[in-house]
Design a protein around this ligand. Structure first.
Ligand SMILES: NC(=O)c1ccc[n+]([C@@H]2O[C@H](COP(=O)([O-])OP(=O)(O)OC[C@H]3O[C@@H](n4cnc5c(N)ncnc54)[C@H](O)[C@@H]3O)[C@@H](O)[C@H]2O)c1
Length: 321
């Protein structure tokens, strides 16, 4: 993953290098600043460093620096890994799938909706599509069989699929309860079970479940909160059962994320929700994808059964405000 950045001091550079980020630089980047960065313990790419030229005033004075940071790419490298993301035709799942593909994995995008020709045309070569309803056992089994036949293995499963049907307890129908529990929680069980069969055989694997901050409770979300709390309990239990098979299982609990699901809210609701955010913005699908990349990476091999909040601090408050 590359970040393009303009800066006037080398302080940010040093901080980033200290944080373990490798920096490749080019453009007007004074040599002293480059060596300062290197002295903090980071790695500076020698080839690119050779291209570096001092600005016209030498090392002193404000300089516009343009550099590319290779953001922990080695740590997040997923070359040769096979990943499957459920409900990834749009929104958060799509961002997760693209991030995994960018990190080098071969990624299967599952969705209940058939992709259109334009989506297929845009797919990078390491993205594959499989249409299936993951609440149905037979369709789910067929999808995992297809993955095993095509790739011979499965390294990463992201249980992302999820829907909402918010209503107060006085208005919630049995069908609202069943659909949400089935789509959000049963699918997680069905897919995790199929993945576990494959991963246990190969003695390695990562299961990453997308829960929600709403598992803590949310007005009008009895069905959704229960399903997302269920995902956290399932995550913990599977982590216990699967650890000895070399499989880690973790959950991510996003807060408000700007996806089609969020866009479906009324404007006044969106405004009210934004006011309740400690970090004064709505999250991006990529914010969740970065957390998935971490759990999928070698660096997270000693972490299992955990829930990581990606919610701009919203989990610090109760559901009633
Ligand atoms: N958007 C948010 O603010 C937010 C916050 C917290 C958690 N989440 C969770 O993140 C996940 C993704 O949310 P999103 O906002 O991207 O949702 P989204 O509605 O934008 O996308 C969900 C995708 O799942 C697919 N899908 C639905 N039912 C399916 C099924 N039975 N089988 C296969 N695919 C199916 C849909 O076609 C859609 O493409 C969900 O689990 C959601 O609960 C979202």
């Amino acid at each position: 993953m590359f970040i393009f950045m303009n800066s006037t001091t080398c302080q940010e550079t040093s901080l980033l290098v200290t944080a373990g980020l490798a920096i490749h630089s080019f453009g007007n980047f004074p040599e002293k600043k480059l060596s300062d960065a290197a002295m903090t313990g980071g790695r500076v790419d020698d080839d690119r460093a050779a291209m570096v030229t001092s600005d016209k005033d030498g090392i002193a004075g404000p300089t516009t620096i343009t550099f590319i940071m290779d953001m922990g790419r080695e740590a997040m490298e997923l070359n040769g890994k096979i990943a499957l993301v459920t409900g990834a035709g749009q929104g958060i799942g799509k961002a997760i799938a693209l991030a995994l593909a960018e990190a080098g994995a071969q990624v299967v995008i599952n969705d209940i909706r058939e992709p259109d020709a334009e989506e297929l045309r845009r797919d990078p070569a390491n993205i594959f599509r499989y249409t299936a309803n993951v609440t149905r056992k037979r369709e789910t089994e067929e999808m995992f069989r297809w993955v095993k036949t095509k790739f011979g293995r499965l390294d990463i499963l992201v249980n992302n699929v999820g829907i909402i049907k918010d209503k107060s307890i006085f208005k919630m129908e049995e069908e609202d309860w069943d659909r949400v529990l089935e789509t959000n929680l049963k699918s997680c069980f069905l897919c995790s079970q199929q993945a576990a069969f494959i991963m246990a055989e190969q003695k390695s694997g990562r299961i990453i479940n997308i829960s929600s901050r709403a598992w803590l409770g949310g007005y009008g979300q009895a069905n959704y909160s229960a399903s997302k709390g269920g995902i956290i309990s399932l995550t913990r239990t599977l982590a216990i059962e699967l650890a000895k098979h070399g499989i880690t299982v973790n959950a991510i609990a996003p807060g408000l994320i700007d996806s089609p699901m969020y866009q479906s809210f009324r404007d006044d609701v969106k405004e009210r929700l934004l006011k309740m955010q400690p970090v004064n913005r709505i999250g991006k699908p990529e914010d969740v994808a970065y957390a998935v990349l971490f759990f999928a990476s070698d660096r997270a091999s000693y972490i299992t059964g955990q829930t990581l909040y990606v919610c701009g601090g919203k989990s610090l408050f109760s559901g009633i405000q």
